[in-house]
Design a binder for this molecule. Structure first.
Ligand code: NCD
Length: 360
């Protein structure tokens, strides 16, 4: 392993993902071997946004490796409530902890925080509607454990595909595997961002966009359900128009393949009815448990292997600024905007923090 920070799943090579998966399996089989592997080390969990699974799975992962934890789950309990900027919080905490996990409502916050961590490892536990790479590790672990492979699969993603960061990270990750077909099931206002569709097209992946779950379901090996992300809507009326739009129930599941997996990053609101929970194909609670093991593997390697910073892309357009209102650069004004160009399409530049693309 050579990574210091995990901001995006693409910070890992596929060989590193294989190492992480093998380690997670070994931890599941031989937990006692790892019980003291992070003894004397401290993890800080800085959660500027609510979480149940992600924060507790990171904390239990660190405790099961023999490490200790500090942190907050509510910025009101930290100096952030006094107006402290992210840079200062990170600079201070990185002097206390060996590894930081950060969840933040703004896109690009984890990348900005990583730039301040010189000797401390940093993990993105979700940055606004942008990315959530450790949920992706969780999802890939589930797929590999339950299907035995991550190639040759048709995956349907259903729900709020514009705001769902787990979906964005998973699409990026699946685009490294062979023979993957995608079904994107969402209403017109919640479709997958264009930059991800263009990326799939450039890499030659087949995808279908549809509003109908019923139509897509018979084709799928995996159905990845997501909730409508209430906190990312600008108005309650807009949220109300989209909520409750998809509900997976036993009746709909009847037309699915007998070995299709039903996955969900959780929390579920109403998009999977409770009568699906007992179906063998429903693996979302197992998925949450796999998440703890793969996070153990990640922490173990980040703290015990030689690491290197993920190199920055070649920066261009140093005088430009990002107009995405949810981008961290529009909130933390000391940050220097950074832009790079898509390698295969140099006419497209993107903000290195939030990845918003611009054509010129
Ligand atoms: C997800 C998240 O926070 O993005 N939850 C999680 O980490 N398991 C999904 C969600 O909140 O809908």
């Amino acid at each position: 392993m050579f990574i210091r920070h995990l901001v995006d799943f693409n910070d890992l090579s596929l060989a590193e993902w294989d190492i992480l998966f093998d380690t997670a399996r070994d931890i599941m089989d031989n937990p006692s071997k790892y019980m003291k592997s992070c003894e004397g080390r401290i993890m800080a969990t800085l959660f500027f946004e609510p979480s149940t699974r992600t924060m507790f799975s990171f904390q239990s992962a660190m405790l099961r490796l023999g490490g200790q934890i500090i942190g907050f789950s509510e910025p009101k309990n930290s100096s952030v409530s006094k107006g402290e900027v992210l840079k200062d919080t990170i600079k201070v905490i990185s002097g206390y902890a060996d590894i930081i996990t950060i969840r933040h409502p703004l896109e690009g916050a984890a990348f900005a925080a990583a730039q301040e961590c010189k000797d401390t490892a940093l993990i993105n536990a979700g940055d606004g509607g942008h990315l959530h790479p450790t949920q992706t590790l969780t999802d890939l672990t589930t797929i590999r454990m339950e299907k035995g492979r991550t190639d040759d699969l048709t995956i349907g993603m259903c729900g709020d595909l514009i705001n769902g960061r787990t979906v964005h990270s998973l699409i990026k990750a699946m685009s490294h595997f062979k023979n993957i077909k995608f079904y994107f099931i969402s209403p017109a206002n919640l479709k997958v961002p264009q930059r991800l569709l263009s990326m799939l097209a450039r890499k030659g992946y087949e995808y279908t966009e549809t509003e109908s779950l019923e139509e897509a379901i018979p084709h799928l090996d995996i159905l990845y359900m997501t909730r409508i992300q209430r906190e990312r809507f600008t108005s309650e009326e807009e949220y109300n128009r989209s909520k409750g739009i998809y509900v997976l129930n036993r009746e709909k599941l009847a037309s699915a393949k007998p070995d299709m997996l039903v996955m969900h990053p959780l929390p579920r609101v109403d998009e999977i009815s409770h009568d699906v929970d007992d179906d063998e194909r429903a693996v979302y609670f197992k998925q949450a448990r796999y998440g703890m093991y793969i996070r153990m593997a990640l922490i173990y390697h980040m703290l015990n292997s030689p690491t290197e910073n993920v190199p920055l892309p070649k920066l261009t357009d140093t005088d430009a600024y990002c107009d995405n209102p949810r981008c961290i650069t529009n909130h933390e004004h000391y940050l220097k905007p950074m832009f790079a160009r898509v390698k295969s399409h140099p006419d497209i530049r993107y903000c290195v923090y939030c990845e918003k693309q611009y054509k010129n």
